[in-house]
Design a protein around this ligand. Structure first.
Ligand code: HAM
Length: 429
């Protein structure tokens, strides 16, 4: 049997990992400027956490979770990061330590969706959650933070911000009733899923990709007309702050998103470049002011977002090449190998990236390898060099070769490697 990776789960080989690292570093540096610090929560959580917080009638909970029973626990491999972070916030009573917490995370999530370009069963999200600030400033600041990360931090243009408000729990209930009243007369024109969910969760119909549901949703009532005064004031505040920040957005009253925990502000960032086909949503998020209390904590408002790293990488311009060794050490005989290892260790202790060729064999093959890796210098250690107490150093770009005393080799090479890494201004590398 040929063993392959599980369908929808991808290997990221070192050639690609350099781009991942660049994106991850840009994310971490950017959100740190807004006060976010990393949280790491387990990949496995009790199934009830997700089914209650995300919602029993959502696609994620109904169809996509990887759930299993083991050692007496019902467990699920996390399909997203928000519920686990909120669970940790409540469990560690973080609200007693500080009034406002800003958490970020980055890691794999798992959903058994049908794989397609930009849609995987293991995918990576980078996200942030902000607890303890109910005001519209938090919403606007978060949206601006995401947009500037995409535009300036990652060089991704062609992004549209879509914005909506679901209001608080009371508004959702009223909207639910309005949608049931609207969809019921056309029930048999809806998809099977939507017919089944009509009573329980009609908001899902607005989020459905099925063409029958899309058609039926066209004249659906707008939630923005049902917002109460406080919700409407909050939404107006978010918009005012976004205008002040020069963030352009589109108010989309049909935006409901696939998770049930949201209240008030909802947003999505969508690429208009066409590169991702149907998977054009690169970031999703919103307010979920009731989750902390729902998990047995105090009444603490919250807002957050997550971005799909694979999707952003598809849009991120530029090649990122792998780091190259500064020095390649080529021992030409058994007798030289130990000395080569020692030189490698001493160079690394001086901060130099080094590879020592342990394959044995001919110098020609070793030089070819040093070239292929893009090393700056190749240190040749043969029996003759060892006898004279020197190392031959070949400058691979300059095609010059000289000898340095073995005793000084680590210091001399480390200095040369540093000089190569930071050429004087104006000089090409
Ligand atoms: P979400 O909309 O389910 O929200 O996912 C956020 C982003 O993750 C999506 O916009 C997409 O870029 C990426 N994504 C989702 N599913 C897949 C998949 N199967 N393959 C590749 N990428 C995917 C959440 O997960 C919420 N926890 C966001 C949030 C945080 N809301 C509040 N705080």
């Amino acid at each position: 049997m040929e063993l392959r990776a599980v369908k929808g789960m991808n290997d990221i080989l070192p050639d690609e990992a350099a781009r991942w690292q660049r994106l991850e570093q840009a994310f971490r540096e950017h959100v740190a400027r807004y006060g976010y610090d990393e949280v790491r929560t387990p990949i496995l959580e009790h199934t009830a956490l997700f089914s209650r917080q995300i919602g029993e009638t959502t696609d994620v909970v109904e169809k996509e979770m990887y759930s299993f029973a083991r050692h007496g626990d019902e467990l699920t491999v996390r399909p997203e990061g928000t519920a686990g972070a909120a669970r940790a916030y409540v469990e560690h009573k973080v609200h007693t330590k500080e009034p406002v917490s800003r958490w970020s995370y980055l890691g794999p999530m798992f959903r058994g969706e049908r794989p397609a370009k930009g849609r995987y069963r293991q995918f990576y999200q980078a996200g942030c959650e902000l607890y303890g600030d109910a005001g519209p400033l938090a919403d606007a600041e978060m949206i601006e933070m995401i947009l500037s990360l995409l535009n300036q931090g990652l060089g991704i243009g062609n992004i549209e911000v879509r914005l909506n408000s679901l209001g608080a729990a009371g508004t959702r209930a009223r909207y639910r009733d309005a949608l049931v009243a609207y969809f019921t007369p056309m029930k048999d024109k809806l998809s099977e899923d939507s017919q089944r969910r009509l009573e329980k969760n009609p908001l899902r119909i607005l989020d459905s990709k099925d063409p029958r549901d899309r058609e039926a949703s066209k004249g659906a009532p707008s939630i923005l007309e049902l917002l109460d005064e406080a919700d409407a004031a909050h939404f107006a505040g978010v918009r005012r702050h976004l205008d002040a920040l020069d963030v352009r957005y589109i108010v989309d009253p049909t935006l409901v998103r696939g998770l049930d925990y949201y209240t008030r502000t909802l947003f999505e960032f969508v690429t208009t470049s066409g590169d991702l086909g149907a998977q054009s949503t690169v970031v999703g998020g919103g307010r979920y002011d009731n989750m902390i209390e729902g998990l047995g904590g105090p009444s603490v408002p919250a807002i957050g977002f997550a971005m799909g790293i694979e999707r952003l990488l598809t849009l991120m311009p530029g090649e990122v090449s792998r780091e190259r060794p500064a020095v390649y050490v080529a021992p030409l005989s058994d007798a030289c190998t130990s000395r080569a290892l020692v030189l490698g260790r001493d160079l690394r202790a001086r901060g130099v990236r080094v590879e020592v060729d342990g394959r044995g064999g001919r110098l020609k093959a070793m030089l070819r390898r040093a070239d292929a890796l893009g090393a700056k210098f190749c240190v040749i250690l043969g029996d003759g060099e060892l006898e004279r107490g020197v190392a031959s150093v070949k400058d691979l770009a300059g095609h010059k070769q000289d000898e340095v005393p073995l005793a000084d080799a680590a210091d001399v090479l480390a200095a040369r490697a540093r000089a190569e890494a930071s050429p004087p201004p104006g000089e090409a590398r």
